[in-house]
Ligand binder design. Structure first.
Ligand SMILES: NC(=O)c1ccc[n+]([C@@H]2O[C@H](COP(=O)([O-])OP(=O)(O)OC[C@H]3O[C@@H](n4cnc5c(N)ncnc54)[C@H](OP(=O)(O)O)[C@@H]3O)[C@@H](O)[C@H]2O)c1
Length: 324
């Protein structure tokens, strides 16, 4: 028989720090856990379960999902549903669960992009898979050039009015539509809680495009996805080869072609700097993201509790001074 889960009674005393999400009432853990990889139907359920237990027992209250996380699409949310039934239901009010719609999910004209039809239907499906009545946060997952912005934004407003999400977020939208979205949501009394974008030491676009400045100015939270560049900014690939159990070995989202001599040189320099600080590369890379303006939380992935343990150390890192 499966062992029952009882959350660690010291889970809020194990070192996690919480950061206010923009100008809102929501506090997010500095480290949040993403379900993009490692929680699908292709992954061992017991390992996924162990990772979420370790996370929650260490104060990670925010789990981030999307309709199409898996593989297969939808299966990460089904894992969340099973976890909810088996372990987390008693802790629902301590959890901040997000989902998204925007990328391809089901065939035909209504299973992708930003229409009201897609967003509404997708969230209903997500709630069923996760076996919950509402998500804490629902995102438009990407910018749709063809659907009128107002349609997508009004769908977000109505989703909150229907009680299916408590807050809304925007992910991957360029700055100009983001500004329109911010104004629209504010005018409809559903303020934009958070922006989700890729930010790490190797990819600093949100700093360059003004997204971080905008979030800071408007009091919108920012959560950084792929803060470890999918594992590049860890010890995983420093030897120059591709470990058989790594994301790069699976080859879909992180390609071995990225491991050029220039990239390896850069990663090894960062690693040397981390060692000087008495840190792992992962720890330093996460601390770097957390110290950027407007950043509320780093949204990490982990394929083991050992990785999670390593990553959580970033919470106490000293600021990183960079000379470019
Ligand atoms: N909004 C969007 O469009 C979007 C896009 C991408 C991601 N996201 C969100 O962001 C979350 C995180 O993205 P991500 O998985 O790319 O984040 P990441 O933290 O940059 O990469 C996670 C991967 O790095 C490796 N890793 C992590 N810690 C390690 C350590 N200490 N030592 C060695 N290897 C380590 C693991 O890969 P191995 O499998 O090699 O062990 C792990 O799965 C996703 O789950 C999702 O919630 C959102």
């Amino acid at each position: 028989m499966k062992e029952s889960y009882f959350a660690d009674s010291t889970r809020y005393e194990n070192g996690m720090k919480y950061e206010r999400c923009g100008r809102s009432g929501v506090l997010l853990p500095k480290v949040s856990l993403g379900f993009w990889h490692n929680f699908g139907s292709v992954d061992p359920y017991e390992r996924s379960r162990e990772i979420t237990h370790y996370a929650f027992d260490h104060g990670i209250t925010h789990f981030d999902l999307a309709n199409n996380y898996g593989p297969i699409y939808g299966s990460a949310e089904e894992t969340m549903g099973r976890l909810m039934d088996e372990d987390f239901r008693p802790y629902r009010d301590e959890l901040f669960i997000s989902s998204k719609a925007g990328y391809d999910m089901w065939p035909g004209p209504y299973g992708n992009w930003g229409s009201r039809k897609y967003l509404m239907a997708s969230l209903d499906q997500s709630l069923k898979r996760m076996k919950i009545d509402y998500v804490d946060l629902f995102y438009s997952h990407r910018y749709d050039l063809e659907t009128p912005l107002e349609e997508t934004l009004q769908a977000l407003v109505d989703i909150v009015r229907q009680g299916k999400a408590l807050y809304v977020g925007i992910s991957n939208w360029p700055l100009e539509p983001l500004k329109i979205g911010y104004d629209y949501l504010k005018a409809h009394d559903v303020p934009l809680l958070i922006y989700q974008g890729r930010l790490n030491m190797l990819d600093r676009k949100p700093m360059e495009t003004g997204i971080l400045d905008f979030c800071a100015e408007k009091g919108v939270g920012f959560i950084a996805f792929s803060p470890l560049a999918q594992g590049l900014l860890t010890s995983r690939y420093l030897g120059g080869d591709v470990p058989a159990d790594s994301r790069m070995a699976r080859g879909k989202f992180l390609k071995s072609a990225m491991l050029t001599p220039e990239m390896l040189g850069k990663l090894r320099n960062y690693d040397a700097k981390a060692k000087e600080r008495g840190e792992t590369l992962a720890q330093m890379a996460l601390a770097w993201v957390l110290q950027q303006k407007a950043v509320t939380s780093v949204l990490i992935g982990a394929s083991s509790t050992k990785q999670l343990e390593d990553n959580l150390r970033c919470i106490n890192s000293a600021p990183i001074l960079e000379k470019e």
